[in-house]
Ligand binder design. Structure first.
Ligand SMILES: Cc1cc2nc3c(=O)[nH]c(=O)nc-3n(C[C@H](O)[C@H](O)[C@H](O)COP(=O)(O)O)c2cc1C
Length: 209
């Protein structure tokens, strides 16, 4: 499939076939795509929680206004933000840069210190909003990769994050749920599968200068 055919093929699935489970290889592609997504400063203030447990999915479904995608999916990907992006977190990133690229500390030092200073003076809520932007970017990457890999999916913000945090015990990992992406194979009964795409005309959404 070329990229446009793949994007035409995908749609926000409302009901998956619960008997069709994604192969480990497909899940591995999604894990790698998550990790390869670009993030601001490369800091990756995110983690992916991968759920493949129908009992937990039932609980998450209840915390998602009973949207069936969550209960019927092969797997549910929950995109979470780190609730603390502090000096330690940033230093850890720069240690990785040093290890992997062998960049000398003299080169990294001033950027690292300015980033630490910048984050230290930001209010917590501002940092969370910044991290949430990165979560949306990951969602975009995953949606596109799903389409190319012919994995069905549904991007979701329609759930109660606090309940997700409790069900998945995210606090102990210093995480907060931001977005959900149930994945699997569309059900033959999904009415939405046959609906045409509704998009504003291209001439209206693109300005060429
Ligand atoms: C950030 C985001 C959150 C969404 N949340 C939900 C949701 O909670 N439940 C749902 O059924 N669809 C959700 N959608 C799907 C959109 O309604 C859908 O993508 C849009 O109507 C376009 O349709 P298509 O994706 O089938 O082309 C969400 C989409 C995005 C991008």
């Amino acid at each position: 499939m070329n990229s446009i055919t793949a994007l035409q093929w995908r749609y926000a699935v409302k009901q998956f076939d619960p008997d069709k489970i994604l192969a480990v290889e497909k899940i591995n592609v999604l894990k790698k795509a998550f990790n390869l997504t670009a993030t601001s400063y490369g800091l990756q203030p995110l983690r992916l929680v991968l759920v493949q447990d129908k009992r937990i999915q039932e609980k998450l479904m209840k915390a998602s206004f009973n949207q069936k995608q969550i209960g019927t999916a092969s797997h549910v990907l929950v995109i979470c933000i780190e609730n603390t992006v502090d000096k330690d977190f940033i230093e850890n990133h720069f240690r990785m840069v040093q290890d992997i690229r062998k960049t000398p500390d003299e080169i990294l030092h001033s950027f690292r210190e300015s980033l630490i200073g910048d984050f230290e003076q930001k209010p917590v809520d501002e940092v969370k909003i910044w991290a949430t932007h990165q979560a949306y970017l990951v969602l975009g990457t995953l949606l596109t990769v799903c389409a190319v890999e012919e994995i069905d999916s549904c991007p979701m913000e329609g759930f109660e994050p606090k309940k997700y945090n409790t069900i998945l015990e995210l606090e102990k990992h210093k995480l907060e749920a931001v977005l959900a992406l149930p994945v699997g194979y569309r059900s033959d009964d999904d009415f939405f599968a046959s609906l045409k795409k509704v998009r504003r005309p291209l001439q209206e959404t693109v300005i060429e200068i």
